[in-house]
Design a protein around this ligand. Structure first.
Ligand code: PMP
Length: 367
């Protein structure tokens, strides 16, 4: 049987595995940081309307520059991000993963490197590999905050072309303050002109404000966002960035022509019309996230402070066995490979209750 290794694949891909959170058919799925609430019916109807309109023009390529969508995303960021931005500051793609890929295609690539502070979002390293960018794993403190001094040293030593800062961080839930971002931005610029990418996929769930205002006067700083989490639209595949207009011009050097389908643009525009309702769900999820933190601690687990729609909890002597024991009780959580820790996404109150029952039983068994 022919396998991958029998094909002339690139050396750096040999023996590697694709990104793969298990998609198992389990009653309670709290493993991929999705929003548990389906889109509200009036929004579903509005999507159908806007997509029907788009369908009438599907014989033509879509707006290559997605101007209407970028204008509405800019309006959303201006309203909620604490900093005015315009369409020329915003770029959109199929999920923030594609935004990050375009950034690495533009600013990374063969002979260049990117650094992230791990544990963090594993796709940063995988997208680096896929774009031929060298990957450097930077350090964190015991409590999963960024160790600013160690991070500065790593940047000075490796002189990366791209620096990833994830706030709130996945899988730990840890938010990063503006001073830390500024310190790392300065360290990065001192080492060589480099791009600092602040991945704010979960920022709507944070206790803190967005780091968006930091793009002002810093053309090498990019904030990336997504509609997969707060907008409850992971299936839509819509991510975006905000930065200096020159960055938006630069990523267009690598984007495929017409990368964002007319159907995607129409659907995202419909969702943005319902922003207030969707942000209402975010408030419920934040309350549920805080309840998970409090109840997990009451049961006796260690919990990492969370600013996201998920919670990292532990510590387990055998992480995989704990993951399996929770799964055996019908609840799928995520083992991100952080020794001793698991991650649970905040679901509906009923889903969270099912999870809490499962981990309560697990704790009793371990006593
Ligand atoms: N950044 C972070 C930190 C994430 O956790 C995720 C999704 N899990 C993404 C980016 C990518 O999300 P999407 O491509 O759905 O926008």
């Amino acid at each position: 049987m022919t396998g991958i290794d029998d094909l002339p694949v690139r050396d750096e891909l040999r023996g590697k595995s694709p990104y793969g959170a298990p998609q198992l058919d389990v009653p309670v799925q709290l493993n991929t940081n999705e929003n548990p609430y389906p889109l509200p019916e009036p929004l579903v109807a509005r999507i159908a309307e806007r997509v029907a309109e788009a369908a009438r023009g599907l014989n033509r390529y879509p707006d290559r520059d997605a101007v209407e969508l970028r204008t509405e995303l800019a309006r959303y960021l201006t309203r909620t991000g604490g900093h005015p931005v315009a369409a020329e500051n915003v770029w959109a793609a199929n999920g923030s993963n594609e935004v990050l890929q375009q950034l690495l295609q533009t600013f990374g690539g063969p002979g260049r490197t990117a650094i992230g502070f791990e544990p963090s979002y594993s796709m940063h390293a995988l997208i680096a590999r896929g774009t031929g960018t060298g990957w450097i794993s930077g350090p964190r403190n015991e409590d999963f905050t960024i160790d600013v001094e160690a991070a500065r040293k790593a940047i000075a030593e490796h002189r990366p072309d791209v620096v990833f800062i994830t706030s709130p961080n996945n899988p730990t839930g840890t938010a990063v303050d503006a001073d830390t971002v500024l310190a790392l931005y300065e360290a990065a610029q001192a080492a060589r002109p480099s791009m600092v990418v602040v991945d704010e996929a979960y920022v709507e769930f944070s206790h803190r404000d967005s780091l968006l205002p930091l793009i002002e006067g810093r053309p090498n700083l990019v904030v990336s966002r997504t509609m997969s989490k707060a907008f409850g639209a992971a299936g839509l595949r819509l991510g975006y960035l905000a930065a200096h207009p020159a960055v938006v011009d630069a990523v267009q050097l690598v984007r495929l022509p017409y990368h964002l389908s007319a159907v995607t643009q129409a659907t995202a525009l419909a969702a943005l019309e319902h922003t207030d309702t969707l942000l209402g769900y975010v408030e419920q999820l934040k309350a549920e996230r805080d309840r998970l933190v409090a109840e997990l601690r009451a049961i006796g687990y260690e919990v990492t402070e969370s600013d996201a729609n998920f919670v990292q909890f532990g510590k387990f002597p055998d992480t995989h066995a704990a993951w399996r024991a929770i799964l055996d009780r019908g609840v799928l959580v995520r083992d991100n490979g952080v020794p001793g820790w698991l991650r649970v996404t905040a679901g509906t109150p009923e889903e969270n209750d099912a999870f809490l029952d499962a981990v309560r039983e697990l704790m009793k068994e371990q006593e």
